[in-house]
Ligand binder design. Structure first.
Ligand code: ARG
Length: 470
């Protein structure tokens, strides 16, 4: 191991006096300390928000006569230029800038000198950063909501393309009862609807402007947060400066809504991988949405579904990471909170990409409705129908269950399918069994009978699709 050099002999960074907070510092920052504390590597992507926030702040400062209208105009114009410079890559912040807020301010002062130095009046990076992040989360929610709607549209389309397709519904991964493929897919539609509603609900609490809180206690200057909120499109303004700069629960809510959504995406992903297996053979994967094996030439793998499922690891991890970061932090701002961003960005990116690729994957699947129907045609899946037939004719359910159990046991003993029994073979089991008993063993009729409430009947699925299309 190389011996650590004494800090006094190490390479120095730019003099601390050149930093916006450098006034009280005699020594410059240690390069490792600078690299370790800097967030510019990841918060650079907040620059469009930071520019908007600073623009709105500058205009408010002028409206409140804290700076002149002329200075405000110059600041706003320079901010616009900096935004273009960042877009084009002609201005590249360095690690010495620490974070995106200081980078933009540094460039502003470089461009317009003392006028630029007026911008930071009445605010701190503490209220600035959380304002930027709130704008980011608002956009992320809009993006995710749109991607969710896209996947939902995909589910509806596949349901419509396969109307009348019957598959076995499962419990315990054992074939249970016949259901419509459309009904099964619309189950995911309902899950995603709740995911979307959770994000919309989260948005209510994200949509609050923290600016005006300063470092933690507010400002002695006559600020007017309402003006800034109106310009930035925030619904409300914060009511407590200490909370406003230290609250990250809006991000936790976002990460939690995303995590719950991944518990749904993971289930859909698993079903696709199962359905694509030779054991099920319910779907064929399109070449363009699957990959092969480097060793086994025959393989075609459902990687996209597997990876979406696998990404729940980081999505859940990000939620736990932020919960852990904020746990036990004293009020108000602490540098720990800088750790919120990578988790947030990663979840926002991963979630939107996963939703979009799942939509494309779903649309690329070819459903083998014949194989599905065949898997659902085991008469044993209609044992419950027989029991309900008996109930409809007056038997108490427990007695009907027992009678049906006897029929099933006899079938198993004889090695025949329930649906193959004739009227005459069935009648001795109960006096209520009549000639219409054979209808019970038709899977299409079985599905069509399940009209009550949220059942799988085609009429229900069609109605639901009509409602959802409205
Ligand atoms: N880069 C910081 C963050 O991401 C900005 C706020 C820093 N404030 C401070 N006083 N160090 O949270």
């Amino acid at each position: 191991m190389t011996k650590q050099k004494k800090s006094s002999t190490r390479k120095k960074t730019a003099p601390a006096g050149s930093k916006s907070w450098g006034g009280r510092f005699g020594e410059s920052t240690d390069p490792d300390a600078q690299a370790f504390t800097a967030s510019i590597g990841f918060d650079i992507r907040l620059y469009p928000y930071d520019i908007r926030v600073s623009t709105a702040h500058a205009r408010m400062l002028a409206a409140q006569k804290i700076i002149s209208a002329r200075d405000s105009t110059r600041i706003v114009r320079a901010l616009k230029e900096i935004s273009s410079e960042l877009d084009e890559g002609s201005f590249v912040p360095s690690v010495a800038d620490e974070d995106i807020h200081m980078a933009i301010e540094r460039r502003l002062v470089e461009k317009i000198g003392a006028v630029g130095a007026r911008l930071h009046a009445g605010r701190s990076r503490n209220d600035q950063v959380v304002t930027d992040v709130r704008l980011f989360v608002k956009d992320a929610i809009a993006g995710l909501s749109d991607a969710i709607a896209g996947l939902q549209a995909g589910l509806r389309q596949v349901a419509k393309n396969n109307q009348g397709a019957i598959m076995p519904g499962y419990t315990h991964l054992q074939r249970a009862q016949p259901v419509l493929l459309g009904h099964h897919l619309l189950a995911y539609h309902d899950m995603l609807e709740r995911d979307s509603a959770r994000l919309a609900d989260c948005l209510e609490r994200v949509d609050v402007l923290p600016l005006g809180s300063g470092a933690l206690a507010g400002s002695t200057l006559p600020l007017k947060p309402r003006l800034v909120a109106a310009e930035l499109g925030f619904k409300r303004v914060a009511t407590n400066s200490i909370d406003a700069v230290s609250d990250r629960d809006f991000i936790i809510e976002f990460l939690s809504a995303t995590a719950i959504m991944f518990s749904h995406l993971g289930r859909l992903a698993t079903e696709i991988t199962l359905w694509a297996s030779s054991e099920f053979g319910f779907v064929g994967l399109h070449d363009s949405f699957s990959t092969g094996s480097s060793m086994m030439p025959q393989k075609k793998n459902p990687d996209i579904a597997e990876l979406v499922r696998g990404k729940s690891g980081r999505i859940y991890g990000n939620l736990v990471a932020l919960l852990t970061v904020v746990k036990g932090l004293p009020l108000a701002y602490n540098s720990d909170m800088q750790e919120d961003k990578e988790a947030l960005f990663d979840s926002a990116d991963t979630a939107e990409r996963s939703l979009r690729i799942m939509t494309a994957l779903l649309q690329s699947l070819s459903f083998d409705t014949k194989a599905m129907r065949e898997a659902a045609s085991d008469g044993m899946l209609l044992a419950t129908d027989l029991a309900e037939y008996l109930v409809a004719r007056g038997l108490p359910f427990r007695e009907a269950h027992e009678v049906t159990g006897r029929v099933v046991a006899d079938c198993l003993e004889r090695g025949v399918d329930l649906a193959s029994l004739s009227r005459d073979e069935l009648k001795p089991y109960s006096s209520v069994i009549a000639d219409d008993i054979t209808d019970v063993f038709d899977p299409d009729k079985s599905v069509a009978r399940r009209k009550a409430g949220p059942g799988t009947a085609g009429s229900n699925v069609a109605r639901r699709l009509r409602t959802l299309d409205r």
